[in-house]
Design a protein around this ligand. Sequence first.
Ligand SMILES: CC(=O)c1c[nH]c2ccccc12
Length: 116
Amino acid sequence: TLELKLTPALVLLRSTLEQLQEKDTAKIFSQPVNLSEVPDYLEFISKPMDFSTMRTKLEGHGYCSISDLERDFDLMISNCLKYNSKDTLFHKTALQLREVGGAVLRHAQRQYQSIG
Ligand SMILES: CC(=O)c1c[nH]c2ccccc12
């Protein structure tokens, strides 16, 4: 389509972020961790990250490549693995999302290279 010709990178980044967010079926990563509900969160996590923050950054041209997007995805996952102990559903969900998200990102990287 015309859009793909004009801004292929942005279209591909947006589609990749949407595919990653679809995998978060429990929607635990949709919004920032609520710091009033979780008052000690910033004692453990220096750089919070979530999908809504990533979306805003993407629309503001904050990502230049798939690996830029992957960096914030990995940050979001590692924050969750750090804050939530191994026996929690949040921790197990993050491990699962890391695997399925990795496959999404590998495919997107190949597409990104192909549009030049
Ligand atoms: C993604 C994540 O760590 C969390 C998502 N929602 C939360 C609520 C309390 C504590 C942590 C979280």
